[in-house]
Design a protein around this ligand. Structure first.
Ligand SMILES: [Zn+2]
Length: 347
């Protein structure tokens, strides 16, 4: 169990607490092994730590497994100190609008832009895993929008990315949200998204799009906006838009915030490779906008990083083994890699 009181409450405390590698190591090992060291091979609970290293050796008879504090996490085989990772997590938590790779590179004095980009991608994956633990419930608004300009040729109505979103309706306000980039607005994409993120039996409010028509049969209480006026005539596009905004006010609010962040922090430049990461990061922040301070958010990111089985850095670099060179077919690996991450996260 995460002890919320056992984490710095402000920046001064943060730098005092994590003043050197030893202090970072102590904290991170207490997060990874709250009850003390546990051998990943034999489950033995006694081990030795190599002084000034992130490595433990199992004390179990006939085992002697050597393991690292970073093993299996995104920190695996990263040459950077633990303090650098904690600092990056802090930067991600305190910046409400998110942080760009260029800014992170400057703040952390990384030699390359690619490194900053990779770190952000990994930390966003950790945030995404935190998001997906529970499905939305109660009254849920679902709709699609278009944002940015695609770098993948013309898509959507004006060559933009199509985003589908869901948000819980809580009186006049809203609860948690989920967002996903979809390639088309067909039934599979729309209904599939609702099935993935909303609890069965919930009330789902949508506009008149045909892709949602099977939601009732799928076990949801579907409240679909009528696409005709009182006299049975098809609504004009402009009228349908006004009606849809009135029918689904909260999801439109979420979309306008997303649009503002995309235009602000990322200057409207979106790449297909990172888009879902931005969306996951946005949802993570949005879902914690009231209850948590930047430091509790940072603590959660740290805890997730240490406890989840994340894709290690060497894998995300496209390698099949930590010591092997980068695979030539990196594109295929990325495809495979995203599948691995989806099944790889636990808890
Ligand atoms: Zn062992």
């Amino acid at each position: 169990m995460l002890r919320l009181d056992d984490f710095p409450k402000n920046e001064l405390e943060f730098h005092e607490r994590f003043c050197n590698e030893e202090a970072c190591r102590d904290y991170l090992s207490s997060v990874r092994w709250p009850e003390g060291f546990v051998c990943p091979r034999c489950g033995h609970t006694e081990g030795w730590r190599r002084s000034n290293r992130d490595e433990w050796i199992c004390a179990g008879r006939s085992c002697g497994k050597e393991t690292s504090l970073r093993a299996g996490t995104v920190l695996h085989n990263s040459p950077k100190p633990l303090k650098a990772w904690l600092m990056a997590m802090l930067h991600m938590s305190v910046n409400k609008q998110g942080i760009s790779a260029l800014r992170l590179q400057r703040l952390m004095a990384f030699g390359s832009y690619e490194t900053a980009l990779r770190w952000l991608r990994e930390l966003r994956r950790v945030m995404a895993a935190t998001n997906e633990s529970e499905k939305l419930s109660g009254e849920v608004e679902v709709d699609e929008t278009f944002i940015g300009k695609t770098d993948e040729g013309r898509r959507g109505t004006v060559g933009q990315f199509i985003i589908i979103g869901a948000v819980e309706k809580r009186g006049a306000g809203c609860g948690r949200t989920r967002l996903r980039w979809i390639r088309s607005r067909d039934g599979d994409a729309l209904s599939g998204f609702v099935e993935d993120v909303v609890e069965k039996g919930s009330i789902v409010l949508t506009d008149g799009a045909g892709g949602y028509k099977y939601l009732g049969a799928m076990g949801f209480l579907h409240d679909q906006m009528a696409v005709t006026d009182g006299h049975g005539r098809q609504l004009k596009t402009a009228d349908a838009k006004v009606k849809s905004t009135a029918h689904l006010p909260q999801i439109h609010r979420v979309f306008s915030l997303v649009g503002r962040i995309v235009m602000g922090a990322y200057q409207g430049s979106l790449s297909a490779r990172h888009l879902q990461g931005y969306l996951d990061e946005y949802c993570f922040r949005f879902n914690r906008r009231h209850a948590e301070t930047p430091f509790t958010i940072c603590q959660k990111i740290v805890a997730r990083t240490m406890m989840s089985k994340c894709m290690p850095l060497w894998k995300s670099r496209g390698r099949t083994h930590p010591d092997k060179p980068t695979m030539a077919q990196s594109k295929e690996w990325i495809k495979l890699g995203s599948k691995l991450v989806q099944v790889g996260y636990v808890g």
